[in-house]
Ligand binder design. Structure first.
Ligand code: FAD
Length: 316
């Protein structure tokens, strides 16, 4: 079923969904099952699986020279999605990115998903590779997520890249896109970022998932701005609990978000061993307020840690 159909059928009840990362190469499907098995009691209608593009590493050759080699540390998104659907009977939402894909490769990836009966996809641009200072599309690849949304929507209309295909089989993808209540780090300002977000919706995206945030006010204000800009699709809040003290610095550096002063103060006066509890309580309070406000779904970034997510979800 499509993610948006779950929202429609929930009749105002807030759903719970989770996001998992593929295990590091060399890991097994059991690593994912170990995270998801205990989370199934919360009846997520869908589970997102992130996509991780290749990174460049320098490997020493027998000649003594270093050679630049592309490796993917976390492959397997599509296989994991199929496996999740098979094991739990829930829908899986693969993340699909522009980075590293030509438009032909994107089309082939979408055909695989379509044949597997996967009808949801989160369409993203992706980030620059490690050690590259800006995102560079593949030659003949998409520059922005909106271009990927357009390609998926074309396939939903039976339009493939090959002009010889007259009446192609229509895919049925429900397309989600990303948004940033505290602005995407490259955007000149939030209003401009929201204009581009609207372009993604106009191109065919039918729901939005936000970057993590720790201050609900930021989410509520963002939703108000989106509505004022004419974006009327569901906006799902993405949540991640703080679990370690060092994350006060690493999360803003990586995700370009701010921590509210109250949380910073609380963390500062807490021993490392109790930080997890502070993070859990904060996330529970956030979740309760968002639920009371009638958000369609609470989407938790598990980041490989189901225990923390269980404590939060079970308190709601
Ligand atoms: P876009 O919507 O393309 O926006 C990127 C930037 O370009 C923004 O600053 C925007 O304002 C600007 N922009 C957009 N359209 C235009 C235009 N037409 N002209 C000029 N400027 C424009 N990354 C992964 O690699 N794998 C994942 O699985 C993954 N999952 C994610 C899930 C969520 C919920 C979120 C919020 C992010 C996720 N990311 C993931 C990270 C994401 O790929 C990065 O944040 C990336 O930098 C931007 O992706 P986007 O889809 O928002 O890009």
């Amino acid at each position: 079923m499509k993610v948006t159909e779950y929202f429609e059928r929930s009749a105002g009840t807030t759903l719970t969904s989770f996001e998992v990362l593929p295990p590091l190469k060399g890991g097994s499907m059991q690593d994912i099952f170990d995270i998801l098995d205990p989370l199934m009691e919360f009846k997520p209608p869908f589970v997102d699986v992130t996509y991780h593009r290749e990174e460049f590493v320098y490997k020493m050759q027998t000649s003594g020279y270093y050679e630049k080699t592309a490796i993917r540390k976390r492959p397997g998104t599509v296989g994991i999605c199929a496996s999740i659907m098979h094991r739990y009977g829930v829908d899986a939402v693969p993340h699909l990115i522009c980075g590293g894909f030509s438009i032909e490769e994107t089309e082939n990836a979408l055909i695989d998903l379509h044949f597997l009966g996967i009808n949801n996809v989160l369409a993203l641009r992706g980030d620059a590779r490690q050690f590259e200072d800006k995102f560079t599309p593949e030659p003949n690849g998409h520059k922005f997520a909106v271009d990927l949304v357009r390609q998926i929507q074309d396939m939903n209309n039976g339009v493939y890249l090959d002009a010889n295909i007259d009446k192609g089989s229509k895919t049925e993808f429900c397309i989600g896109v990303a948004a940033y209540p505290e602005k995407h780090f490259e955007a000149p300002n939030l209003d401009q970022d929201i204009k581009y977000l609207k372009e993604k919706v106009n191109a065919g995206a039918s729901y939005i998932v936000t970057q993590m945030f720790f201050d609900n006010k930021k989410y509520f204000e963002f939703v108000d701005k989106c509505r004022a800009a004419g974006i009327d699709v569901p906006i799902v809040p993405g949540l991640k609990p703080l679990t370690r003290k060092y994350q006060l610095n690493s999360i803003p550096r990586k995700f370009f978000i701010n921590f509210p002063e109250e949380l910073v103060k609380e963390v500062a006066k807490t021993d490392e061993k109790n930080i997890n509890q502070v993070g859990i309580e904060w996330c529970i309070a956030q979740s309760k307020e968002l639920k009371a406000a009638g958000v369609p779904c609470l989407h938790y970034y598990t980041m490989g840690d189901s225990n923390t997510t269980i404590k939060i979800a079970s308190s709601l």
